[in-house]
Design a protein. Structure first.
Length: 455
């Protein structure tokens, strides 16, 4: 029997050996007992089976076969969340944005522990799951993403998906239905919002607005890019003082809003939603502290976001709850055998899948250098990208690094979203990137701007 057991994956061995009472099923340490030569390998635990966790696992295993990787994540599905913008616009099927987590992890060559993390004990080189299971590691990679808190905004949880309140961060299906079902028999107040917290992809809250506006124009609800203001009054509310933190792109976005008669309401933070019968109001706090009640017929909300709860007060996190890492090497500032990347890390750049493309090879090289006792020579420059769709065939391909430094890939001005350039940009978003994500990136063979060529 044991010869057959040893030919299984480690996850399968755990179930068999636990069932016959050879090991405890409440501990993960049996994976590292000296039963086979596997136990001599370096043990790496990756927290999170999202984009960052799977990408870095794939790349590590391609670089070094003398390691074992266990991905810890209790989610049933792995999602390609950048496509939720397309779902909200009716350009993509929601079911095509997800695959079973176990399949994705195994395709990467790692093992899955289908539980969530409760705490990290870095002084013991150990994590503890929500079931109480303890998992030892030699190296830890934290790629836990960030959480969307639907309860942090009063009135959001009970109204999301109904009463005209929608969000693409909920998958996008309800957004598309609401855009299609808008009552055009009377004037409509349409509000799009941006939160006061960090968000997944800072351009996403605007993408849905431009795509919705284009849909209403194409279906005759609007004429001449929104000039028929008797029908729809579209506004964008944000706590920021500009439409984007990089001036070059902010200027172009401001032009687009003016062209399409979209009202921009800066320094306004959404603090609550009130629905009483047919009366619906969004509550905003202005920069001067005054509260405003704004009526709406359709409200697109971006929920408050933050680090996963298990990182709050964790020894590896900073005061904000983000994993405190060196922004260049992605190594923990407190523990040399811990690294982090993606949305949960403290790196001061936009939280996008494109950023992970650039971070993953840096982390992989530096972790393996640390393992060999060599200096950490790879450096992350803050590169990130936001492919901001302004229509089905138009897109600003915004690429930048630390300090807002523009880092564009193509030999043309990428802020222009129209014409042939815009069509090329849009094709990347709708066709190239989704294919590359599932077939290359999650399998350790996609590096963002350099494509399949490792930087």
């Amino acid at each position: 029997m044991f010869s057959r057991v040893l030919s299984f994956t480690r996850t399968q061995r755990a179930a068999v050996l636990g069932a016959v009472g050879v090991v405890s099923t409440t501990s993960w340490t049996y994976l590292h007992n000296p039963v086979t030569a596997e136990s001599e390998k370096t043990r790496i635990v990756v927290i999170g089976g999202g984009t960052a966790g799977i990408t870095v696992s794939s790349q590590l295993l391609k670089k070094d076969k003398d390691i074992d990787i266990t991905v810890v994540d209790g989610s049933k599905y792995h999602y390609y969340q950048p496509a939720w913008t397309l779902v909200g616009a009716g350009l993509y099927d929601y079911e095509d944005t997800r695959r079973e987590m176990r399949r994705v992890v195994e395709d990467a060559g790692a093992d899955l522990l289908p539980e969530n993390v409760n705490k990290i004990r870095p002084d013991e080189n150990k994590i503890v799951t929500t079931s109480g299971r303890e998992v030892q590691y030699d190296y830890l990679v934290v790629a836990a993403g960030m959480t969307t808190d639907w309860t942090a905004l009063p009135g959001l949880k009970e109204n999301i998906g109904k009463n005209g309140v929608v969000s693409n961060y909920d998958g996008g299906e309800a957004t598309h239905q609401a855009i299609q079902a808008l009552d055009t028999g009377s004037p409509q107040q349409i509000l799009f919002t941006f939160p006061a917290t960090p968000v997944k992809c800072g351009g996403a809250p605007q993408k849905v607005m431009y795509l919705a506006q284009e849909y209403w124009q194409d279906t005759g609800v609007l004429e001449d890019k929104g000039s028929d203001m008797n029908k729809l009054n579209i506004s964008f509310y944000t706590p920021a003082k500009a439409l984007f933190p990089v001036a070059k792109y902010a200027e172009r976005l401001a032009e687009i809003c003016e062209e399409r008669h979209i009202h921009t309401m800066f320094t306004h933070t959404l603090t609550g939603i009130e629905v009483k019968g047919d009366e619906k109001h969004a509550i905003f706090r202005a920069e001067d502290g005054k509260m405003k009640r704004v009526p709406f017929d359709l409200l697109h909300v971006v929920p408050p976001m933050g680090p996963p709860p298990f990182l709050n007060l964790s020894p590896i996190a900073n005061a904000g709850g983000w994993v405190d890492v060196d922004k260049s090497t992605l190594q923990s500032t407190k523990y040399s055998n811990i690294f982090a990347l993606g949305d949960c890390s403290s790196v001061p750049t936009s939280k996008t899948a494109a950023a992970i493309c650039a971070q993953a090879p840096v982390l992989v090289k530096n972790l393996l250098s640390q393992r060999r006792g060599e200096p950490l020579a790879a450096h992350y420059n803050g590169y990130t990208s936001c492919p901001l769709m302004t229509g089905k065939n138009s897109l600003l391909l915004m690429e930048f690094g630390y300090g807002g430094e523009v880092m564009e890939t193509f030999p043309w001005d990428q802020r222009w979203d129209n014409g042939l350039r815009g069509r090329v940009h849009a094709c990347l978003k709708t066709t190239v990137f989704p294919w590359a994500y599932w077939n290359l990136m999650l399998k350790g063979r996609w590096y963002g701007p350099s494509g399949i060529f490792e930087p």
